[in-house]
Design a protein around this ligand. Structure first.
Ligand code: 3HC
Ligand code: NAI
Length: 697
């Protein structure tokens, strides 16, 4: 009947099986095939029950996201679900793998649901800037009550089969293949003479305080609108008859479909998957890595070791002295305690990881058998070079030597060894066992299978890997340095760090740049400034002096209790440190600057323009392969709001010509900082967007 949906009869049971790899997405052909399957079964008097199931690794992963943004085609999914539910025959969904979004909505339209123990269900539409648009917001609350439905719908999280059974989303968990389970359940229901059972016929659930729920979800979403709109749709399931609730859900769905947030989120969805897809690595096999060396067990080394241990690797941690090695072990144990508390490992696992999988050492000989070493010692070229010379001497042939440096030239580090083809940068973010981003920094001489190994290791550690070329700060920190400088300039010109932080959190960042600096440690930026001064700063660059005064006081941010903010014991959020504005005002008057007022909108515009302009340079120079590589770097390493898709997607959305015009206007006053990126100019001249470059890559 259809290429993607098969129809088969087993006595009085019709099996309608979706086969649309890789994830049985509900594209037009699948929707049509499902409808045809149901109609065929209904036309056959012998058929008493219809089992819907999926072939391959999932039941159905949802609507076909690739169709979004295009004109909708019939049969529409809500109508299909309505038609399935209205079927006079008994309809059973037999679920395995993932049943997500529209996939779960198809299952909710069935009269009974059975799932294998490992099945996962969810309505993750909020992660795409949408809400469930095929009855999910109307049927789920009728089955589970409002509270459980709002939890799943507004967070988009997946629930396991056991939870799904407990909250009433499914009727049964069964071992076996989806086919066997579906047939057995159908036979049993028919044998017991069970009637059809439409979820839409169930009474509406009890109401809650809708406005409070809406506000709470809105605040949690940091400006993301879809989760809050889910509250309104679920409210309709309680207050309106089913058909009207469906209409309300559809209206909100279509409204959200038109939003920039939907575009940004879907860009993030596909880019997250495309980012590690590098044509030059096709067919290149990574080297085996089962034992990892880590040099330096400070903040980063301990985090990296933790991530590696949790991923099942053997780790040899090398420190400078037995005391430092003990301290490193303490940090790793502390991190693993966190994993234990969150239920990621049990007590026995904790002991295995700390006592068996982890070896502490102070002698390089302990590294003779590891497959890959990550260096995370102090950020000084001379120290790094010494470490790499020693590693080169002791590590076995074929072992990969990696540096976690934040800014330093990995080509120069590689040149300290006799195996530059085996040297790479693996730039983790702090805390390394938590943050998702890994920049795989590729120096000139690195062999392709070493790059492939970097990506494979990152994936094993659960990271989103982005390929970066060598330059000061690679992709992320280089762009950060520029937009931070834009913020510093705005401070000199009249904005306070606190207004800047407020404007950017309202834009959607988890934290503003000054609160982030306090969290990361102000000494890090201080060290960079000192190094840059030693290297020689271009005399055309505007500089700020007051940040050094903060550090000279010994105020390094959260870890010392004071920085831009003052942190009271036990509190994570700080209050503005009054001394900061004094220093800023003194510097403004010493430099003869008359402070201007900045609106939040002006702050965001300048900050973002600086970010986009530097990002365009990073792409133009080939440091990042594609605009989407920059977008994923900022999303996963720098708290950029996901619903904007990334800075270059944001730029496409707000419009490149206007952005370039602003940059050129600011360049009249400060031509050094605001020099427009050649790539940005080229895109404007040729009427293209950053996303056009993604698509062409
Ligand atoms: N539509 C189109 N393509 C999809 C898709 C979907 N719903 N879900 C996954 N894919 C694609 C991926 O882009 C990827 O393509 P690629 O190989 O070309 O990169 C491929 O399928 C495999 O996906 P993953 O790499 O993510 O495979 P995993 O095994 O890691 O994960 C999954 C499988 C858990 C199903 C995961 O893909 C996923 O979460 N998918 C999205 C689910 C989702 O968001 N569903 C809701 C859709 S919106 C909706 O249903 C609206 C409705 O309410 C009206
Ligand atoms: P840290 O100061 O917390 O830790 C460094 C550790 O290295 C110390 O424990 C020290 O005893 C050890 N060490 C120093 N020289 C050594 C040597 N020769 N042999 C063995 N051990 C040695 O520093 P942190 O923050 O962990 O940074 C380490 C590296 O990671 C730096 O290159 C830094 O730029 C980079 N990085 C730091 C990030 C951060 O947020 N802290 C983020 C990403 C990268």
């Amino acid at each position: 009947m259809s290429d993607v949906v098969a129809y088969e009869k087993q006595g009085e049971i019709a099996l309608v099986t979706i086969h649309n790899p890789p994830v049985n997405a509900l594209g037009q052909a699948v929707r049509q095939g499902l409808l045809d399957g149901v109609l065929q079964a209904e036309a056959d008097d012998e058929v008493k029950a219809i089992v819907i199931l999926g072939e391959g690794r999932v039941f159905i992963a949802g609507a076909d996201i690739k169709e979004f943004g295009k004109p909708p085609t019939e049969p529409f999914l809500p109508d299909l679900c309505g038609r399935i539910e209205a079927s006079p025959k008994l309809v059973i969904a037999s679920m395995h793998g993932a049943s997500l979004g529209g996939g779960l909505e198809v299952a909710l339209a069935a009269h009974y649901r059975v799932a294998v123990p490992g099945a996962k269900v969810g309505l993750p539409e909020v992660h795409l800037g949408l809400l469930p648009g095929a009855g999910g917001t109307q049927r789920m609350p009728r089955l589970t009550g409002v509270e459980a439905a709002l939890d799943l719908i507004t967070t988009g999280r997946h629930a396991g089969a056991a939870e799904a059974l407990k909250i009433g989303l499914i009727d049964r968990i069964a071992e076996g293949s989806p086919r066997e389970n579906g047939i057995a359940f159908a036979k049993e229901l028919l044998g017991e003479g069970k009637a059809r059972r439409a979820v839409s016929d169930l009474p509406p659930p009890a109401p809650i305080d809708w406005d409070a729920a809406y506000e709470a979800v809105l605040a949690k979403g940091r400006g993301q609108i879809a989760p809050a709109m889910c509250v309104r749709a679920v409210q309709a399931s309680v207050e309106l008859p089913f058909a009207e609730g469906m209409k309300r859900e559809r209206d909100i769905f279509m409204e959200l479909m038109q939003t920039d947030q939907r575009k940004g989120m879907i860009h993030a969805f596909f880019s997250e998957r495309a980012v590690s897809n590098l044509p030059e690595l096709k067919g290149v096999a990574p080297r085996d890595v089962s034992a990892l060396g880590v040099i330096g067990g400070g903040t980063m080394g301990a985090g990296i070791a933790t991530a590696a241990l949790l991923a099942g690797l053997q780790v040899v941690m090398l420190e400078m002295s037995p005391e430092a090695a003990d301290a490193a072990k303490g940090r790793i144990s502390g991190n693993l305690q966190g994993a234990l508390k969150r239920g990621k490992i049990d007590q026995a696992g904790f002991e295995t990881l700390t006592e068996k999988a982890l070896t502490l050492a102070t002698d390089y000989a302990a590294l003779s058998d590891v497959d890959l070493v990550i260096e995370a010692v102090f950020e000084e070229m001379s120290v790094k070079k010494q470490v790499f010379e020693k590693l080169d001497a002791v590590c076995k042939p074929g072992a990969i030597l990696a540096s976690n440096t934040s800014y330093l030239d990995v080509n120069e580090i590689a040149a300290a060894t006799k195996r530059p083809a085996d040297v790479i940068g693996l730039h983790f973010f702090s805390p390394a066992h938590v943050m998702k981003l890994l920049e795989v920094v590729v120096p000139d001489a690195t062999a392709p299978d070493v790059v492939a190994t970097g990506f494979a290791l990152g994936k094993r550690l659960g990271k989103i890997c982005v390929r970066a070329g060598v330059c000061d700060g690679f992709i992320g920190n280089r762009i950060l340095a520029t937009y931070r400088t834009a913020a510093d300039h705005m401070v000199l010109d009249g904005a306070s760090p606190y207004e800047i932080d407020k404007a950017l959190t309202a834009f959607g960042f988890a934290m503003g740049p000054f609160a982030v600096a306090d969290l990361a440690g102000l000494d890090i930026g201080w060290a960079v400034r000192k190094r840059k001064r030693e290297e020689g700063i271009d005399p055309r660059a505007r500089t700020t002096d007051y940040p050094d005064l903060i550090c000279e006081e010994g105020w390094f941010g959260q870890k010392t209790g004071k920085g831009y903010y003052i942190y009271e014991a036990g509190k994570r959020a700080g209050i503005p440190n009054p001394k900061i504005m004094e220093w800023i005002e003194a510097e403004r008057s010493a430099k003869g600057i008359t402070p201007q007022d900045f609106t939040h909108e002006q702050i965001v515009r300048k900050y973002m323009a600086a970010m986009v302009n530097e990002a365009a340079k990073v792409v133009g120079e080939g440091i990042a392969r594609r605009p989407l590589d920059v977008d994923m770097t900022l999303l996963f390493g720098y708290g950029f709001p996901r619903y904007w898709g990334g800075p270059l997607m944001w730029a496409d959305i707000v419009g490149l010509p206007d952005l370039l015009a602003d940059i050129e206007r600011w360049a009249e006053e400060d031509p050094f900082f605001w020099e427009p990126a050649p790539l940005l100019k080229e895109l404007v001249e040729t009427g293209r967007s950053f996303d056009d470059l993604n698509k062409a890559a």
